[in-house]
Design a protein around this ligand. Structure first.
Ligand SMILES: [Zn+2]
Length: 202
């Protein structure tokens, strides 16, 4: 009997689907799909329905690329948030980690990735052009770079610092990472460390 005759078609499709999600691959897909099947059917349905809901209602904010249910995210849409301060993060989850502190009063810019030459991701592949446009248009006073404290995040930060100093010498550029453990992901840094590094930005 051939393997294809034994292996359920729907299982194959589910695994193939999850494998398309960045960073998942064979192992990640296997872990997600087989473990999902361990949930009670009702719970499983809820999990999948919530994913479906998120998938259908979320899109990148047209201004800052933060995942949002509206065309303009709740940060950009809030008149109390200053457009003069832009905090640059790699992904939406990093911005939301900072939002959880309820301290920052500026807006964000989500790069939708980081510079990673080994993976073929160059500056043109992330939203740097749009960042430059926003800095110019809103006459930004400070750009706070909060890319992850790991090799790629650092490389991205250094690239941006140099570029911004050249293009906008009057704009203050600071880097959040001071005191954060190297190799950690902003998303999972504890709130106190994140708050400290935000206040001590250099
Ligand atoms: Zn926004």
């Amino acid at each position: 009997m051939a393997f294809e005759d034994v292996f359920p078609e729907s299982l194959k499709d589910a695994l193939e689907g999850v494998k398309r999600i960045p960073t998942y691959g064979e192992r990640g897909a296997s872990r997600l799909v087989y473990n999902l099947m361990k949930l009670e059917p009702q719970e499983r349905r809820e999990v999948v329905e919530n994913l479906m809901k998120a998938s259908e209602s979320l899109r990148p904010c047209k201004e800052c690329f933060l995942l949002s249910e509206e065309e303009l995210c709740k940060v950009c849409g809030n008149p109390k948030r200053s457009k003069k301060f832009i905090c640059v993060v790699e992904e939406s989850q990093d911005a939301y980690a900072i939002e959880r502190l309820e301290r920052y009063k500026g807006v964000y810019h989500v790069l939708q990735g980081r510079i990673a030459p080994l993976e073929g991701i160059s500056p043109q592949d992330i939203t740097i052009d749009r960042l430059l446009e926003r800095i110019e248009k809103n006459r930004v006073r400070e750009v706070i770079i909060a890319t992850n404290p790991n090799a790629e995040g650092e490389a991205t930060a250094n690239y941006l610092i140099k570029l911004l100093k050249d293009r906008f010498p009057a704009v203050k550029v600071s880097r959040v990472s001071y005191g954060l453990q190297f190799g950690s992901l902003l998303e999972f840094v504890d709130e106190l460390s994140l708050e400290k590094s935000f206040e001590n930005r250099k």
